[in-house]
Design a protein around this ligand. Structure first.
Ligand SMILES: Cc1cc2nc3c(=O)[nH]c(=O)nc-3n(C[C@H](O)[C@H](O)[C@H](O)COP(=O)(O)O)c2cc1C
Length: 279
């Protein structure tokens, strides 16, 4: 079993000390391969905001030759990924944010189904809740089965370690159980609706040259009978609500995306799709 821990802080600090304890506790439960990926040590250039990855494909990213593909491969080879960062200025450090920015195309083309993820954040006083919840949002959108948020406080008060160890052990247990259990979670109503809305959008704003469309088509997600990204039983209630939403949104999307989608995307990429002159 392989675990990859993506370390989002700019130094090997308290976060690293906590993670090493986490690794030890995890290995006490089960022998696993545990790898650290320090974002401070890799070459991951800043996103330039061109949106090429969304529309043309991630291979058309103009940022150039850096470690993005290797990082992707490491996540792909892992059974579980831990997203870990300290709180800086109420949120994730810039390195972690850039990591998410550079892989933003995965929000459009979710990939990591069948893999487990957890999020860990070490704070001084506050902010960890926001960040672990953010990790949950990102990882779930990328397809991971996100199973745990671990929030640690590194203020040096007496007995802080004891409190932390308790939480770390609990989190390790959750991670191990998830890795050994069924990897594909049952989607919530929100997950099912999210899938159906995106499917509808791709089917209406159809552009065979668009990277998102191609990916969704190749995965078979645009097929009429496809109810979710992967085969899973979806309850009748969720199916009815999703069907109704589909019926309501279909005519609205037809109006909103009446223009040729290829032209629309081309204009968008050239910053020409917003024009307030006549208003
Ligand atoms: C630039 C900077 C900004 C910080 N901002 C916050 C903050 O907004 N909230 C907080 O609780 N702690 C904040 N901290 C404290 C760190 O989250 C805390 O010390 C953490 O344990 C550092 O982890 P590290 O040693 O792995 O870098 C900040 C620390 C730094 C260096």
């Amino acid at each position: 079993m392989k675990i990859l821990t993506i370390m989002g802080g700019p130094r090997k600090g308290y976060g690293a000390i906590c993670m090493e304890k986490f690794e030890k506790e995890l290995k006490f439960l089960q022998e696993v391969e545990f790898e650290y990926l320090y974002l401070k040590d890799v070459n991951l250039n800043s996103c330039r905001g061109c949106c090429n990855c969304f529309f043309k494909g991630e291979d058309k990213c103009p940022v150039g030759n850096d470690d993005r593909n290797e990082i992707f491969n490491k996540m792909d080879q892992a059974d579980g990924v831990i997203f870990m960062a300290p709180i800086y200025a109420l949120h994730v450090p810039a390195l972690m944010k850039n990591f998410f920015d550079r892989f933003s195309y995965i929000f459009h083309r979710p990939y990591f189904f069948g893999k487990i993820a957890i999020g860990i954040c070490n704070q001084g006083i506050s902010g960890a809740k926001r960040v672990t919840s953010y990790f949950n949002d990102v990882a779930s959108s990328w397809g991971f089965n996100f199973v745990n948020e671990l929030k640690l406080s590194t203020i040096p008060y007496t007995g802080v370690e004891k409190k932390m160890v308790k939480k770390i052990r609990k989190s390790c247990k959750t991670l191990i159980n998830a890795l050994n259990g069924p990897r594909y979670q049952k989607p919530s109503l929100g997950d099912v609706l999210g899938f159906r809305v995106r499917k509808l959008l791709h089917n209406i704003a159809r552009d065979e040259t668009n990277a998102d469309y191609k990916y969704w088509f190749e995965q078979g997600w645009l097929n009429g009978d496809k109810k979710y990204y992967y085969d899973v039983r979806i309850g009748i209630g969720k199916r009815i609500i999703a069907g109704l939403l589909n019926l309501i949104l279909k005519p609205k999307f037809k109006v909103l995306f009446a223009e040729d989608p290829k032209q629309m995307y081309t204009k968008y990429l050239k910053l020409e799709s917003l024009n307030f002159e006549s208003l």
